[in-house]
Design a protein around this ligand. Sequence first.
Ligand SMILES: [Zn+2]
Length: 72
Amino acid sequence: MAEKKRGKRPKSKSKHRVSKKYKRYKIEGDKIIRDREFCPKCGPGVFLGKRKLEGKTIYYCGSCFLTIEKKE
Ligand SMILES: [Zn+2]
């Protein structure tokens, strides 16, 4: 019986990246400052992605695909 070589594949780093939600919070004194807005549809806990495009700021929810445009 021929032996099959079963090489262990290295874990892909993109799939096993830890969510850095805790980095979105800053604590100043006894206040918690969030540098991102929450998704109005998904509620607190779901942060919106931020993207600047042609003078506009676009917030994008990765969970429900909601897109909000804001002019600065
Ligand atoms: Zn959402």
